[in-house]
Design a protein around this ligand. Sequence first.
Ligand code: PAF
Length: 287
Amino acid sequence: MESYIRIIKNIDHMQQEARQLLQTGKTIVLVPTMGYLHEGHLALMREGRKQGDALVISIFVNPTQFGPAEDFQAYPRDPDRDVSLAESVGVDIIFTPEAEVMYDKAYQTSVDLEMLPRYLCGPSRPSHFSGVATVVTKLLNIVKPHVAVFGEKDYQQLAIIRRMVHDLNFDVRVIGVPIVRESDGLAMSSRNTYLSEDERRSALSLYKALQRAQKSVAQGIRDAGQLVHSASEVLCSYPNTKIDYVSVCDPGTLENVNRVEGPTLMALAVWVGKTRLIDNTILTIEN
Ligand code: PAF
């Protein structure tokens, strides 16, 4: 089958392409990714496909969002497979620059938010959200999309991007797409590939802990401390797990709450062996 997908590595070329699309009245949709695509990414792209005329995805393992002891070098990469998967959902352009193209030797600018990065993943990944906000800013300026699509699995990232887009008046609509899960409930992530068979079994603890919390809320438990405690019990009942955080918090500010009074975010980060996994759900009180 002939391929119509275009692969662009150069920033000027991508900007020129974007300008042409805009001049011809096309709606541009961007799905930023770090590649090693899975069903979760494909759900973002399918949503993106519905949102506009030209679907651009970026594939860029962004060095500035990895801490010095994190998995930048080991991060899984499979460019050929990514191209076929992107083709299968109707992507028009893959923008995939090299790191030196995005950050030249004299590079010195970053985008930082005041409050949202302090919570949840922030304390264990101090420079992560600055790297994310900076690269997303660059991608928005390069691809010039009308719509940008992100996954709700990275809840804090999505909250930060929404805030940044609002605060800095980016002319883009941000869309969040619900978490895509494996058949047993594990949230899809490129990092799942690091898990051994035993660890894969333990990775399910995150989903089970969230389910336990949902059930507790349905049974009338409102105390956040109690919900954190019982979710932590579930997490610790699986071998090889180490909790980074279990948080019950305001879905807008990400600040911890004492009680579940309305829609409330439960977010988790857990080490399973050497792999750090995250997951979340909105706890809701049914009437
Ligand atoms: O969610 C991701 O894959 C990355 O954080 C993003 C948004 C592509 C920025 O590098």
